[in-house]
Design a protein around this ligand. Sequence first.
Ligand SMILES: Cc1ncc(COP(=O)(O)O)c(C=O)c1O
Length: 390
Amino acid sequence: MSHVMNTYARLPVAFTHGDGVWLHDESGKRYLDALSGIAVSTLGHNHPRLVRAISLQASRVLHTSNLYGIPLQDRLADRLAEVSGMDEVFFCNSGCEANEAAIKLARMYGHQKGVEVPTIVVMENAFHGRTMATLSATGNRKTQAGFEPLVSGFVRVPYKDIDALRNVAAHNHGVVAVMLEMIQGEGGINIADDDFQREVRALCDEMGWLMICDEVQCGLGRTGAWFGWQHANVRPDVMTLAKGLGSGVPIGACLTAGQAAGLFKPGNHGSTFGGNPLACAAGLETLDTIADDDLMANAVAVGDAIRSGLAEALAGVKGVVDIRGRGLMIGIELDRPCGALVTRGLDAGLLINVTAERVVRLLPPLIFSRDDAAALVDALAPLIIDFLSQ
Ligand SMILES: Cc1ncc(COP(=O)(O)O)c(C=O)c1O
């Protein structure tokens, strides 16, 4: 009997080492990684720059404490502020923690404005994490079931429905913020078009609400911009990051700008591990490598190649509903549940994921090349065709 708590239905494979876009299992078989540990391994596996940076840092000091100055944390905050235009950064260790910080910030913002019961508008099919507040914000009953009572203070509207948001604005006077993903990852690679993003920004300005962007999955270069909202030229008041920030070393961040900056004072929030020297060294090297190696332009080019390759290979195939995405965040929606494709992918030496039951999700490392894209399309298209023909 395993002593690991049974929270994951694990696939029957374990990896011993990685190398670029490849992972190798215990039997010596290799797999093309088109998932990056769910948008984490930005630089692929064993990237020489990242290995060097974290080895060097490990040989100096791993952890001190937020009780003391952490120069690497200052440098990473400066770098994040530079690429985002945001003002302040709070460091934590994961996406749900970053979102917890954002939710606390929004509530504090509301209280300071005299709102007694601050409410945050969240979206259907959203995913924000599995802590009590973030699972309450998440728009998926499966994530919430069994954990009631949920945290109060959220109202939900359909994604991409500006009229529903305006309706909330007209009737609910306790609203202090809107929280959304620019591309819903777990929800099925649903993209908030640029117009909707701008309309949300305008409504937040009009109502004095904070715009909170959860960029945990779609952020950090994956869509071809540092952040999803940069495509629409809007800037949120609060942004959350995690997953790809440390390229495998756990680190999360909650960034604020404008009226959301300066809300937290010493004692309001904290984290033992958050922003420790090792995590910040990984974050800095990840950001520098994305910039130095033009990995955002690569994400656009290779993402386009994957989508057009799949569109060609799957043209006319009955059961394929849609192929969509931005950069290296790609969904292939089928007309039926398709979880079985994940194991078939494994057999074929391919790491993919299925989310929202019917959407094959691809989140390759940003170092994916055009050849890797061609290999992915060549391996995946026949699996989908075969699956749909049964
Ligand atoms: C958009 C989004 N927010 C938050 C989270 C939660 O992140 P973590 O698992 O690091 O807590 C996820 C994880 O999938 C996510 O995709």
